[in-house]
Ligand binder design. Structure first.
Ligand code: BT5
Length: 252
């Protein structure tokens, strides 16, 4: 493990490994052995990377696969994932110039495709946040089910990005937004999320298990839930699920 200089929380302790099954699991083990808040684990590749609800997350070399340990005021606060997504998206935009946006709740989007995702696993009083960014990954090497829906920074920019520079920027970006989050500046964090959103103002379909809901995504509320205006004019408040942005309508 190597320590950074400075007073930053996120990445003050940083462990790099060549390969992990899942960096979330590796960090969970470290947490059980007393790792402190802000500890980060980065793997060059994962053999058992996962997304939400146990879905597989393909993690070949060339991507940015990391997990970080947080001890937030309320480990069940769903806005943690939104806050981390803001930090990652802002940093990637600044350091690479790629116009990464956010799709509620946890997707990093680029050119209408998924370029990364965030997995929040609560282990009270801790929270383990996994972050995957397809940096220099060839989208053609990703699973067939992602064909046409996934991209990478390199594919979109037409050049490889400097993984270490992206990692450093992402850690600094999360440090910044998590600082605001911990200080209780939720309004600011949610405003930054809205600025990056590719969901709001758009017609969407939301699947949550067997439930399907369609309408226009109009906002996120103070708790980070997605507010939908249905075609019958009524409103729904969504706290989980998978959002598909439907073609047409609204702002980009
Ligand atoms: C996510 O889940 O988007 C969260 C992904 C989190 C990955 C990080 S990597 C470091 C840390 N360690 C882990 O084990 N995980 C975290 P979800 O929204 O459920 O999206 C999963 C779906 O995305 C899958 O069912 C596939 O369809 C698709 N997918 C899989 N690998 C992908 C990839 N590399 N790029 C884009 N889409 C992918």
């Amino acid at each position: 493990m190597a320590a950074h200089a400075g007073s930053r929380l996120i990445g003050a302790v940083l462990l790099r490994v060549d390969r992990a099954t899942s960096t979330n699991d590796l960090l969970r083990d470290l947490a059980a052995r007393g790792a402190r808040e802000g500890t980060v684990v980065v793997a060059r590749e994962q053999s058992g990377g996962r997304g939400r609800m146990g879905r597989p997350w393909l993690s070949p070399p060339g991507g940015l696969w990391l997990s970080l340990l947080l001890r937030p005021p309320d480990p069940a606060d769903g806005r943690i994932g939104l806050a981390v997504a803001v930090g990652v998206a802002e940093a990637v935009r600044t350091i690479t110039g790629a116009a990464v946006g956010l799709k509620w709740p946890n997707d990093l989007m680029l050119d209408g495709r998924k370029v990364g995702g965030i997995l929040v696993e609560s282990a009270p009083p801790l929270v383990i946040v996994g972050i995957g960014v397809n940096a220099n990954v060839d989208p053609a090497a990703l699973p067939a089910e992602t064909s046409g829906t996934a991209t990478s920074l390199a594919a979109a920019l037409g050049r490889e990005v400097d993984l270490d520079a992206v990692l450093a920027a992402v850690l600094a970006g999360i440090d910044d937004v998590y600082g605001a989050f911990r200080a209780g500046h939720l309004g600011e964090v949610l405003a930054r999320w809205r600025d990056l959103s590719v969901t709001l103002g758009r017609p969407v379909r939301i699947r949550n298990g067997a439930e399907v809901l369609e309408g226009t995504a109009i906002d996120i509320d103070n708790d980070g839930a997605l507010l939908i205006e249905r075609s019958d004019g009524g409103r729904s408040r969504v706290i989980g699920g998978d959002v598909t942005v439907l073609a047409g309508g609204g702002r980009a």
